[in-house]
Design a protein. Structure first.
Length: 149
């Protein structure tokens, strides 16, 4: 029987439960990190990839970076830093390039690779997060028109 590797890519939006403004699940940050520490792949030199969406003035401070490093200490991992892709009416803004680079440097200095994802497609509202929001707006608009008829 062939062995199949499936990776683990948790996504969170802050280094504490209070700042996790986008979380929809009931799982706490402590529960997520405990599961990561127990993940069998992390003991076999397969790093866990954390996805971290950078939100201006929400989770992009140097203190947030240091707290993230503290939280993932001992977990073989890397941190993908994802600049937020705003859309019209979005409740958040993208962190500045300087803030993202300062954050990345703190994480890298602690020994965790932290590449910054290059946003693509944002000029046509097709970047990650933008397509879903556009389709949801379209669906809600269609529902409102149907209800009005």
């Amino acid at each position: 029987m062939a062995s199949i590797f499936t990776g683990l890519w948790p996504q969170f939006h802050g280094a504490n439960d209070d700042g996790d403004a986008l979380a929809e699940e009931a799982t706490t940050l402590a529960e997520l990190l405990a599961a990561c520490r127990d993940y069998p792949g992390s003991r076999n030199s397969r790093r866990i990839t954390f996805e971290y969406v950078m939100l201006k003035d929400v989770n992009d401070s140097e203190a947030d970076a240091r707290e993230l490093v503290r939280l993932i200490a001992g977990i073989p991992s890397k941190v993908n830093l994802i600049p937020f892709n705003p859309w019209p009416g979005a409740p958040f803004e993208r962190s500045t390039d300087a803030a993202i680079e300062r954050f990345a440097e703190i994480v890298r200095s602690a020994g965790y690779p932290s590449p910054v994802r290059t946003p693509r497609g944002e000029d046509i509202m097709a970047a990650c997060g933008q397509l879903k929001s556009a389709s949801q707006r379209a669906s809600k608009g269609a529902l409102a028109r149907s209800a009005a008829e």
